[in-house]
Design a protein around this ligand. Structure first.
Ligand code: BGP
Length: 477
């Protein structure tokens, strides 16, 4: 086995609303996630984003923990409503100061910041004003927000990602965006939102290229390789259809500036295609990506689907009881997603598939030849704090170890991978399952109902990852 490159970036990720807290204080106003999560708390008992992991008040301690683990990178997002509480208009100086302090703290610790401009948390004011991402007006407002942030941090930050997980936003749109009840059946709007995000992404790329000396930019995409359920040709074809609509439909935009033809035709024929205005595709084509950031947790499986079935998007497991997933994405005549009988899953039904990491990296690199980075990967699990204050998360170590080894295999076959930033640096609020589903190297002592003091406790995986980084990936055991 060859060694990891000397300048390989090791770190982890978080996102603003999932970790920061201080959601409605220090000049910040609500984002759509504050509203969505309040609803989740009432319906399902999941914590809100109001305190989350209270990173806003613990950031120094958190960066010190990252330094102790040996991080050389940290990927996080900027909360739009902390910078521009009303989405546009007045800048909240205290908000910008928070991110300056965080970035300075990281740099002093030798940690390279990787910024995500947008991670699900649109200012609520823009939802009230015109419906948020549903309206094209949001693209102009994104441009204004991105210009402010990029100009502010251009001398401190080299790596930028634009929009987090457009593919996941299409699948789970009413968790990731506030969608009024009466629009929830209008599935075409999922792809319209995505089209607006493609415009915003291109603008973000152009801004980084214009404003940041030596800056590099790309999208952060939720990506699941897709296997056919069987070797029957119709299942293999279905897996190709699913790959076209769920994966290439995004990556072809980022790297070629065009919608994947087969997927676009399928959407057109089923009344799901976005409205594209004159000039849109030229703008999209102009915003070239330097790399692609990938969030990989689980592979997916597809089978043939007869025309007569009913259209639906991906299911969710709300309870954390294996097998409770409430359905599978179905596109009549194109494909239907299904459980892969060959893979074990997490308690939330996400297939555990280290080989998928090598498979997707090699596939993407062969298609586009652009550098890749892992900005999310990890195991959501129930962790137990023992009487003597320990967390023995050997299951997480096992998951990460196998995924790093698989990423390394892809690199040994020539794939250029810049960074490994798994999810998540510390425990935080899950997008769909409260705080009891944990991902971090650092345990945050709180429950869904009680934020307590959010004390930080190092898990076994903390010490394991420290060794991995110290040996530059050589010591995985
Ligand atoms: C990705 C998101 C993250 C994150 C992660 C785990 O889709 O980018 O924000 O939370 O998935 O998902 P969950 O929180 O639903 O377990």
């Amino acid at each position: 086995m060859k060694a990891f490159p000397k300048d390989f970036l090791w770190g982890a990720s978080t996102s603003a609303y999932q970790v920061e807290g201080a959601a409605l204080t220090h000049g910040k106003k609500a984002s759509q996630q504050d509203i969505i999560n309040k609803d989740n708390y009432q319906k399902r008992g999941f914590a809100t984003a109001e305190i989350a992991s209270d990173h806003y008040h613990h950031y120094k301690e958190d960066v010190a923990l990252m330094k102790e683990m040996g991080f050389t990178a940290y990927r996080f997002s900027i909360a739009w409503s902390r910078v521009l509480p009303d989405g546009d208009g007045e800048v909240n100086k205290e908000g910008l100061a928070f991110y300056h302090n965080l970035i300075d703290e990281l740099k002093q610790a030798g940690i390279e910041p990787i910024i995500t401009l947008y991670h699900y948390d649109l200012p609520w004011a823009l939802v009230e004003k015109y419906g948020g991402w549903l309206d094209r007006k949001v693209v102009k407002d994104f441009e204004n927000f991105a210009t402010i942030v990029i100009t502010e941090f251009k001398d401190k930050v080299k790596y930028w990602t634009t929009i987090n997980e457009q593919s996941i936003i299409v699948q789970f749109w009413s968790q990731k965006c506030y969608i009024p009840e009466e629009l929830k059946s209008k599935d075409q709007l999922r792809f319209q939102i995505n089209h607006h995000m493609n415009l915003a992404h291109a603008i973000g790329c152009n801004l980084v290229h214009k404003l940041v000396p030596g800056g590099l930019v790309g999208s952060a995409l939720g990506y699941a390789p897709i296997y056919p359920l069987t070797s029957k040709p119709e299942d293999v074809m279905a897996a190709q259809n699913a790959n076209d609509l769920r994966n290439l439909y995004y990556t072809d935009i980022y790297f070629k500036g065009e919608y994947t033809k087969s997927a676009a035709i399928y959407l057109e024929e089923h009344g799901l295609a976005p409205v594209i205005e004159p000039g849109d595709m030229e703008l999209i084509k102009s915003g070239t990506s330097d790399f692609l950031a990938i969030n990989y947790y689980a592979s997916e499986c597809a089978k043939a689907c007869p025309e007569g079935e009913t259209l639906r998007f991906a299911g969710v497991n709300w309870t954390g009881v294996k097998g409770a997933m409430d359905g599978h994405e179905t596109h009549p005549g194109f494909y239907k997603m299904c459980k892969n009988p060959n893979l074990d899953t997490t308690d939330w039904d996400w297939a555990i598939d280290p080989t998928g990491m090598e498979y997707l990296l090699r596939d993407l690199y062969a298609r586009y030849g652009k550098p890749l980075m892992i900005t999310e990967n990890g195991l959501g699990a129930y962790d137990t704090l023992t009487q003597d204050g320990k967390i023995h998360d050997d299951y997480r170590i096992d998951y990460l170890k196998k995924h790093i080894a698989s990423m390394k295999k892809a690199m040994d076959y020539g794939v250029e991978v810049l960074a490994f930033c798994p999810w998540s640096a510390i425990d935080l609020l899950s997008t769909s399952n409260g705080v009891k589903k944990r991902y971090g190297f650092v345990y945050v002592d709180r429950t869904d109902d009680d934020p307590k003091n959010c004390d930080r406790i190092k898990k076994d995986s903390f010490y394991w990852y420290q060794k991995v980084i110290k040996s530059n990936g050589e010591e995985l055991d």
